[in-house]
Design a protein around this ligand. Sequence first.
Ligand SMILES: Nc1nc2c(ncn2[C@@H]2O[C@H](COP(=O)(O)OP(=O)(O)OP(=O)(O)O)[C@@H](O)[C@H]2O)c(=O)[nH]1
Length: 354
Amino acid sequence: MNPLSATSNLASNPTLAVLGFKRQIVYHLHFWAFVAVAPLVMVQWRQGNIVLALLLILFCLNAVAVIAFLRFRSTYFLQGRLFPILAVICAAYSTMINGHAGLYWAYPAAAALFFLLPLKEATVSNIVFVISMSVVSFITLPEADFWRITFSLGLTCLFVMIFAWLVGRLQAELTRLATTDPLTGCLNRSQLADILNSQIQMRERYERVSSLILLDMDYFKIINDRWGHLAGDRVLQELSSRLRKRLRESDQLFRIGGEEFMLVLPETRQKDADKVARELLTNISARPFVEGIQVTASASVAEVDKGETWSVWLNRADQALYEAKARGRNQVANAVRRQEVTPPEGADPQLADA
Ligand SMILES: Nc1nc2c(ncn2[C@@H]2O[C@H](COP(=O)(O)OP(=O)(O)OP(=O)(O)O)[C@@H](O)[C@H]2O)c(=O)[nH]1
């Protein structure tokens, strides 16, 4: 996959958008590092600095490998670990033989590390980088330069580290805002397909069966009409917190519509999910909500079937929810398994899946 094309997922999946952003940074930094360093190979070779020229060739080859792996395999070659090692060796060695001319390259290399590696690894690499450059400048340059280099390089690293840390926090916050519902804190629809698909893959590959529960409040419109929208909002908040309390760490809670929630229960069979759904409904109807509002909800349960897509799975649960509503509400309906749908005689069995 072209790393630059990952932005096409920006609107549909925030997590992929952040991943695409990170790929682009890695891609651009290696591309421009290659463009800057490749001519230096010739310069150092001509000046007779063969070892440095060979080190720079290695640096360029690493950049080409990272770009190629990103473009053709969608993977990060050696997780970017060669860049800091080669950058430290090249900058330190170049400073030893070329003095200040080599030192200038330490600054962009140190800054780049914070965008190529996880924050902790980049910090450790840069501490090693600053110490190496300090030792080299102490040995090869006047004492005043040693102090200037140590402080200016250290400060550069500190500034970029703070910037990279803030960008990371901003990314995490934007992802959270884009993937959750602000009223209840539940996941929104943005990751629904991905999460259902991952459960389907667990079913196909490892025979691990997951179930989903759809839960919809009964006559919620009446609550809004009688107590107002603010009270309605508070009921939704309390409902989501009651649901969350009953769930396991591995379960996921989505708000997929106004008063409709979806619970994904990994490694849970239909009969166990049915038990959970019944407990949830009892928990909802047993105690009044804010301002003494008494509510009930209807639910449906569907275990993932072999070979079905996420939309078929969700659709089966949706049909069952209609049934629970039609049968009088405040109850659980189990979705019909695809195998249980017997096509009329002579009909194409494939059509039963539709
Ligand atoms: N307070 C509040 N109300 C919401 C929100 N989102 C949707 N609603 C309301 O939820 C109500 C849903 O009404 P319906 O779809 O008729 O469902 P219902 O009244 O629960 O009836 P059944 O589902 O058939 O039992 C509408 O009045 C929406 O305005 C929200 O975020 N806050």
